[in-house]
Design a protein around this ligand. Structure first.
Ligand code: AMP
Ligand code: MG
Length: 315
């Protein structure tokens, strides 16, 4: 399906509207450098509290900035033994890095630290970028036994997805359904919900909506974290091949999958690789994507419209 919109700034964030809003309650926490919202029926709130605690536990494993997290200990070469959560994420991430031929690369850390888009106002120099690039290469990392060589790992593109999957498992094990797990726009749903993609220039208006059941939806886009310099936008998704945040022609990529980890990794990778990488979805079961180009064109995987009852609004 292809449809051209009026060329507005079409940038997406996920907005959710649940069925039985009145009977629901939402609790919040701050983890993974973002606001986490988990919503369930009022009677299930004790499970929601437990799930929010799990976010803190996952942060202690995957955070690149907490000095005592498992990831930080790995990066400081203070440990070579891996938790099963870390092993699963690294195992998947390394094979996914290979699948994308290194466009997605978990050894991106020297570049993400250098760019540090949350604090920077001026881009780093070419020399600094070339130097940071030297140790970016996922092929230098091996598991069992773990050896990262001179590399530094950054799991920012997959960890939230993995956490959302494990939290969903926790609810399922306790027979809790009708749950929205929202880790800063990285959404996992248990039950049926309408998901809206909205225009941040007019945050109350949704320009596309679709319906998901027991699935995750994850959006990657340049609008999430960036600074502007010399009329150019520098954002948090970096092309390991150039060392710069790139302009791939897409303003947002939303991936829908039963696995939030797959959706998370795919949305970042497709954002980097552009429209042609839509076919990557075919490597994962029941996984689809909706892209918005800089010109406001909407591109989806085959059959998306019907499968998810996609509606495009007139924004
Ligand atoms: P997301 O918001 O899921 O698209 O992921 C963006 C985050 O992934 C960034 O904040 C970095 O931590 C990390 N990242 C940036 N560029 C890459 C890349 N090329 N491959 C893997 N991870 C990346
Ligand atoms: Mg991601």
């Amino acid at each position: 399906m292809k449809k051209v919109f009026v060329p507005l700034l079409l940038i997406a964030a996920l907005f959710l509207s649940a069925c039985s809003q009145a009977k629901r309650e939402t609790l919040h926490t701050y983890a993974f450098d973002t606001v986490v919202n988990i919503s369930a029926g009022k009677e299930d709130i004790p499970y929601v509290r437990e799930a929010l605690d799990m976010c803190g536990e996952f942060e202690n494993i995957f955070s690149r900035t907490l000095p005592e997290s498992e990831l930080s200990l790995i990066n400081q070469k203070k440990t070579a033994s891996l938790s099963s959560d870390m092993e699963r994420v690294l195992d998947f991430s390394l094979s996914f890095s290979a699948l994308t031929d290194g466009a997605f690369d978990i050894t991106i850390a020297p570049l993400t630290s250098l760019w540090n888009v949350k604090q920077r106002t001026v881009p780093p120099s070419k020399e600094e970028i070339e130097k940071a690039k030297e140790n970016v290469d996922y092929r230098r990392v091996s598991l069992s036994p773990l050896d990262i060589g001179d590399a530094q790992l950054d799991l920012g593109a997959v960890a939230k997805g993995y956490a959302a999957d494990r939290i969903a498992d926790y609810f399922k094990e306790n027979n809790v359904s009708d749950v929205i797990i929202d880790l800063g726009g990285n959404v996992m749903l248990l039950g049926e919900f309408t998901v809206g993609v909205r225009n941040p220039d007019a945050p109350d208006s949704i320009f596309a909506k679709f319906t998901l059941r027991d699935k995750s939806a994850v959006t990657s886009g340049a609008y999430q974290r960036y600074f502007e310099y010399g009329g150019k936008r520098y954002h948090h998704i970096i092309d390991p091949r150039t060392g710069y945040s790139l302009q791939s022609g897409l303003s947002s990529v939303t991936v829908v999958s039963p696995s939030s980890m797959y959706a998370d990794a795919l949305s970042t990778a497709i954002y980097i690789l552009g429209e042609d990488a839509l076919s990557l979805c075919g490597h994962f079961p029941d996984t689809d994507a909706l892209l918005i180009t800089d010109e406001g064109e909407v591109i989806t995987t085959e059959g998306f419209e019907k499968k998810y009852s996609l509606e495009l609004t007139d924004n």
